[in-house]
Design a protein around this ligand. Structure first.
Ligand SMILES: [Zn+2]
Length: 119
């Protein structure tokens, strides 16, 4: 694509959840659903599928941190079990969604960058 502008930086597309081509349009419709096309430049986003990658990122990153933090809190403060049952889902769920959004946006941006010129 000789006349196409340079893609937006990966960090911008991933952290802000923007279109990988123009950086203006929102990538997501709702929390984790990728739009069919960019509302700003019309880029077709249906062909870009992040698969299970974002969930793996959330499981490995957030899961490891949450287990370590839960063990530390239990050893340090010895709270009742009901507090663990309330505390950790309240922290893990929003951070997991945030991690999956960033990972999905990054994977879609990387797919678009590296597959757009593929045969
Ligand atoms: Zn766009």
């Amino acid at each position: 694509m000789p006349n196409e502008p340079a893609p937006v930086p990966l960090a911008t597309a991933a952290l802000l959840g923007r279109c990988p081509r123009c950086g203006q349009g929102a990538l997501f419709r709702g929390l984790l659903d990728v739009r069919d096309s960019c509302e700003s430049c019309g880029l077709d986003l249906r062909a870009h599928d992040a698969g299970d990658g974002p969930a793996v990122a959330a499981i490995f990153l957030i899961g490891a941190v949450a287990v370590g933090a839960a063990i530390w809190v239990d050893v340090k403060f010895a709270p009742p079990l009901w507090l663990h049952a309330v505390l950790w889902p309240a922290l893990v769920l929003p951070f997991s969604v945030l991690t999956m959004r960033v990972a999905k946006a990054a994977l879609v941006a990387l797919q678009w960058r590296h597959r757009r010129n593929a045969p």
